[in-house]
Write a protein that binds this ligand. Structure first.
Ligand SMILES: Cc1cc2nc3c(=O)[nH]c(=O)nc-3n(C[C@H](O)[C@H](O)[C@H](O)COP(=O)(O)OP(=O)(O)OC[C@H]3O[C@@H](n4cnc5c(N)ncnc54)[C@H](O)[C@@H]3O)c2cc1C
Length: 409
């Protein structure tokens, strides 16, 4: 429910109701049925029709793994997404102009789908509706944290809400305010950042042939290019383009006239989807690997992009954050069962311990793929060529790769 005046104390305060913060709140809602704890969520951009202003719910689409589907089902979010979700039955990975291609299929892996694509805007509508309709989660928006400090019992936040200021104490702050977090800076939590000197150009595209639920990942001389299948609208075959480019090319391609860009895209991608006829509004995102040097402190846990921002090449960022969110809720449940305060450091360290291997492997996997497939260096080209061939020839390796793509490894 939306509130206009916060109380002085909440057991838990979530900062940021983007994809991660809002999904975490949905998971909490399930838990709150049996536990009388108070929760406040603070979001800078008010939930409304102009979702594009909120960084999570802009024009992008997100590939959700099979594992994320299971988690979103547990959070009672999946059921609401309905027909907006497009299943991925096959993933085709290839290297433009070179031998070697891999195909992973749901049929071979004996699953309903390898993953799903959802438009961020639709996910935003569902998550915002859940927050607004909740009896237990209090949403204060538009509001932002103007300062934060540690206290004996947890954290104290000063909130800016319209023209008014409020001070709120809490046992635990779950910080889910995205990659650029002034709150983290105030707390002196620094990030280790590796810039890839690449930007992602994002747009929805329309093409002649049906995509048949195939997701394409093609490695080109300019960088990886992905086309994710989207639900058709008014008979139009649609896909979401994620094109990794150098900083200069991304700026050039964003401004290029449509005809010229479509011809470049067609040349890079080929004709598997027939003629690419339209490209929608284009958006550019700078890409980096950014990892918070601390994920927990007494009374504080970082979740989502503020904890780890990954390159989108392998579509792992939100999928990893959802796994984190599920484990954090599980640990908080345990704290409540044991009568321990939510911000208790030993509980939060248990969360870190349970997720650190998953986080490290997912981060390393994404980083290695980015480096390997963004290079035209001869050795890496050979490695790619034989790597793709080996995967195509070995059902075991394909199974391992598919498990990772499905978020089940
Ligand atoms: C091009 C691209 C493609 C991607 N594709 C995939 C994919 O296919 N699969 C996948 O798993 N991941 C993908 N990702 C990663 C995914 O988008 C991120 O993991 C996800 O957006 C992180 O969400 P978040 O909620 O942590 O942060 P954000 O989306 O940045 O949300 C933060 C929220 O906090 C609010 N906020 C910020 N500061 C404050 C404050 N001080 N007070 C109150 N509120 C505040 C903001 O308004 C916002 O709503 C992709 C990323 C990119 C860039």
């Amino acid at each position: 429910m939306q509130i206009s005046n916060p109380d002085k104390f909440y057991d838990l305060v979530v900062v940021g109701a983007g994809m991660v913060g809002a999904s975490f709140c949905c998971a909490l809602e399930n838990l709150l049925g049996e536990n009388p704890i108070s929760v406040l969520v603070i979001e800078a951009i008010p939930p409304g029709n102009d979702l594009a202003k909120q960084s999570s719910f802009d024009a992008r689409s997100t590939a959700l793994s099979f594992g994320s589907r299971k988690i979103l089902e547990e959070f009672a979010v999946w059921q609401e997404l309905g027909a907006a979700v497009c299943a991925i039955d096959e993933i085709q990975v290839s290297d433009r102009g070179r031998l070697g291609a891999v195909s992973l299929s749901a049929q071979e892996q004996k699953v309903d789908a390898l993953g799903y694509v959802v438009e961020n805007k639709r996910l935003g509508e569902v998550l915002n509706a859940r927050l607004l309709g909740s009896d237990t989660i209090n949403l204060l928006s538009p509001a932002a944290v103007s300062s934060i400090k540690a206290t004996e019992g947890g954290m104290q936040l000063r909130l800016q809400h319209g023209d008014s200021d409020a001070i709120v104490d809490t046992s635990l702050v779950v910080l889910a305010d995205g990659g650029k977090s002034p709150v983290c800076e105030q707390l002196g939590i620094s990030q280790s950042i590796e810039r890839y000197d690449q930007h992602a150009l994002i747009a929805n595209i329309v093409f002649e042939k049906p995509h048949n639920n195939i997701a394409y990942e093609r490695f080109t001389d300019t960088g990886p290019l992905a086309i994710l299948p989207l639900q058709a609208i008014d008979g139009m075959n649609r896909g979401s383009l994620v094109w990794t480019l150098s900083v200069e090319q991304a700026a050039e391609f964003r401004e290029m006239n449509e005809e010229q860009l479509l011809s470049l895209l067609q040349e890079r991608f080929g004709f598997k989807l027939g003629k690419i006829t339209n490209i929608g509004e284009r958006f550019v995102y700078p890409l980096s690997l950014s990892l918070a040097k601390e994920q927990v402190r007494p009374g504080l846990a970082l979740l989502g992009n503020v904890a780890h921002t990954l390159h989108p090449v392998a579509g792992q960022g939100l999928n990893l954050a959802l796994r984190d969110a599920r484990v954090l809720v599980d640990v908080l449940d345990k704290a409540m069962q044991q009568g321990v305060t939510l911000g208790d450091m030993s509980m939060l360290l248990e969360y870190v311990a349970r997720q650190e291997t998953d986080q490290a492997l997912t981060t390393q996997f994404t980083h290695n793929i980015t480096k390997l497939f963004s290079s035209n260096n001869d050795a890496k080209v050979w490695l790619r060529k034989f790597g793709l061939l080996a995967i195509e020839l070995s059902p075991r390796i394909r199974h391992g790769l598919a498990e990772r793509a499905m978020g089940l490894s």
